[in-house]
Write a protein that binds this ligand. Structure first.
Ligand code: HEC
Length: 185
């Protein structure tokens, strides 16, 4: 009786190995299939799906409207020439004659204004007059740059103003003496 029982439950070595192999292969095949699937999914993703690309695209979208331009404050200021200031700022209104601005090169527009004198025109350009915004709307422009731009525009319409040259000694940037002291020390 006990012998019968032992016979019924006994596993042959063959059965044991078949079971062992089957048990091992099933998960291996499953893992292989999963890996294949992952590889396929990865392969279908292009550059546009990469993290780096998305970061860049997001940054481009949430970028502030203005770019911050970091300038070394201790660097000596290079005064722009009248033409450059005009091309960057004044031309916006003074080329088309927007808001009633005297047009560039138009003697009829500029004649009566030139008669006011260079100093008055500079003052009006610095402080603004009626629709003309102070410094053409760009507070970064120095007095010299404004004066040069005024001369550039007025002279193009028949005036004979002499734009200021390099900054006077008294108006030199504060950083200059410091730099000189550094050199000396
Ligand atoms: C937003 C438009 C605008 C910009 C930018 C602008 N101007 Fe003007 N400007 C005007 C207008 C409008 C007038 C006429 C104002 C008036 O007499 O009613 C004027 C007049 C002037 C006059 C004559 C002032 C007078 O007393 O008759 C000067 C000089 C002048 N601008 C210089 C400049 C310079 C230099 C720049 C650049 C740095 C500049 N403007 C940029 C609109 C502009």
């Amino acid at each position: 009786m006990s012998d019968d029982h032992a016979k019924m439950t006994k596993t042959t070595p063959q059965q044991f190995f078949v079971a062992l192999w089957a048990g091992m292969f099933a998960p291996i095949i499953a893992i292989a299939l999963i890996l294949g699937l992952i590889a396929k999914i990865e392969g279908s993703h292009g550059e546009k799906d990469s993290l780096a690309y998305n970061d860049k695209a997001t940054l481009a979208r949430i970028k502030p409207v203005g770019d911050l331009n970091i300038v070394d404050a201790s660097a000596p200021r290079v005064e722009k020439e009248g033409k450059q200031v005009f091309d960057e700022v004044c031309t916006a209104c003074h080329t088309p004659g927007a808001l009633g601005a005297p047009k560039f090169g138009n003697k009829a527009d500029w004649g009566p204004r030139i008669k006011q004198g260079y100093d008055t025109l500079i003052k009006h350009a610095e402080q603004g007059i009626r629709q003309m915004p102070p410094r053409g709307g760009n507070p970064d422009l120095s007095d010299i740059e404004i004066a040069r731009a005024v001369a550039y525009m007025a002279d193009a319409a028949g005036a004979k103003f002499t734009p200021p040259a390099a900054p006077a000694a008294g108006t030199a940037p504060a950083a200059k003496p410091a730099a000189a002291a550094k050199k000396a020390g």
